[in-house]
Design a protein around this ligand. Structure first.
Ligand code: C2E
Ligand code: CA
Ligand code: CA
Ligand code: CA
Length: 277
């Protein structure tokens, strides 16, 4: 009876009610976004040790008719909760693969890799590998130039099952990257069993490397670990020359961050690649 009282109170709490209304509103606007093609991929450059653009990470944006350009922090979590992430994620895969297939036809863009973010829920959904295989075939994208960014949250599930899905993706020729590394759940024991090609150092650590010795030690350990597992390591959130210099000194060879370029619409990204040739 006590719990019931509490629930009733919560139900009539005007703040809770407002939050619930906001969620329902966002959910239906996301539905409209899918229906009316309001999503767009932005591209953020990834550079090698001498600063050449070698690829991009595709980052989702929503051109909302009311609120303008909306970033994923405003809607991905809700989409994961409502399941809309499945359809949104499929749109991202399709749009990213189509773009990469087009790059294959351009001599000056052919070598670029493209990283796509996959939500854990999407990755773990029954039939994900089959769907990917058919999207790949239909798009004509080159899987060797595509990288799927997964977060450690996929490892909260049955690890053996996750390894099998990863192996099937590798069999399709796709490369796998572990995003936001160090913030999640992976034990080092798992890490060597996962068919990964890349670790991304979370920008939280990168930000702290100059004045927080713990962050610096973590970044250094991740670079050493990646090296011994023969994985590429990407530092993300690199904003200043000083951060870049320290990471380079620690052995990192691939970078992403505002220092090298913000996420931008396709045409701007392609122009910056062509400008460096
Ligand atoms: P993420 O995958 O860790 O992506 C990196 C985020 O850091 C991006 O934010 C990027 O714009 C931002 N960033 C890059 N360089 C810098 C820098 O130098 N300084 C700072 N302060 N930030 C930097 P964004 O685009 O807002 O995306 C946020 C998150 O939303 C992503 O984090 C990813 O988890 C998720 N997301 C983005 N696109 C997709 C998508 O297509 N599918 C799914 N499932 N999630 C996505
Ligand atoms: Ca990412
Ligand atoms: Ca990340
Ligand atoms: Ca992140």
């Amino acid at each position: 009876a006590k719990d019931e009282g509490r629930n009733t109170l919560r139900f009539f709490d005007p703040h809770m009610q407002a939050a619930a209304n906001a969620r329902a509103g966002l959910q239906s606007r996301l539905h409209q976004a899918l229906k009316h093609a309001q999503f767009e991929l932005y591209y953020q450059p990834q550079v090698d040790e001498i600063g050449r653009i070698v690829g991009a990470e595709a980052l989702l944006r929503w051109n909302d008719p009311v609120h303008g350009l909306v970033g994923p922090a405003q809607f991905i979590q809700l989409a994961e909760e409502t399941g809309q992430i499945m359809e949104i994620g499929q749109w991202v895969l399709q749009a990213g693969m189509r773009q990469q297939a087009h790059w294959q036809t351009q001599a000056d863009l052919r070598a670029l890799s493209l990283s796509l973010n996959i939500s854990a829920r999407q990755f773990l959904q029954e039939g994900f590998v089959g769907e990917l295989a058919s999207l790949l075939a239909r798009s004509g994208a080159n899987p060797e130039r595509l990288r799927l960014e997964l977060t450690e949250s996929v490892l909260l599930s049955n690890v053996q099952g996750v390894i099998e899905i990863m192996q099937q993706l590798r069999t399709l020729g796709l490369w796998l990257s572990l995003d936001d590394f160090g913030t999640g759940y992976s034990s080092l024991g798992y890490l060597k069993r996962l068919p990964l090609s890349e670790l991304k150092i979370d920008q939280g650590f990168v930000r702290g490397i100059l004045d927080n010795p713990t962050d610096a030690a973590i970044a250094r350990s991740i670079i050493t670990l990646a090296d011994s597992l023969q994985l590429t390591v990407v530092a993300e959130g690199v904003e200043t020359r000083a951060h870049h210099a320290l990471l380079l000194d620690q052995g990192c060879r691939k970078f992403q961050g505002y220092l090298f370029g913000r996420p931008v619409p396709l045409a701007d990204f392609e122009a910056s690649v062509r400008a460096q040739l």
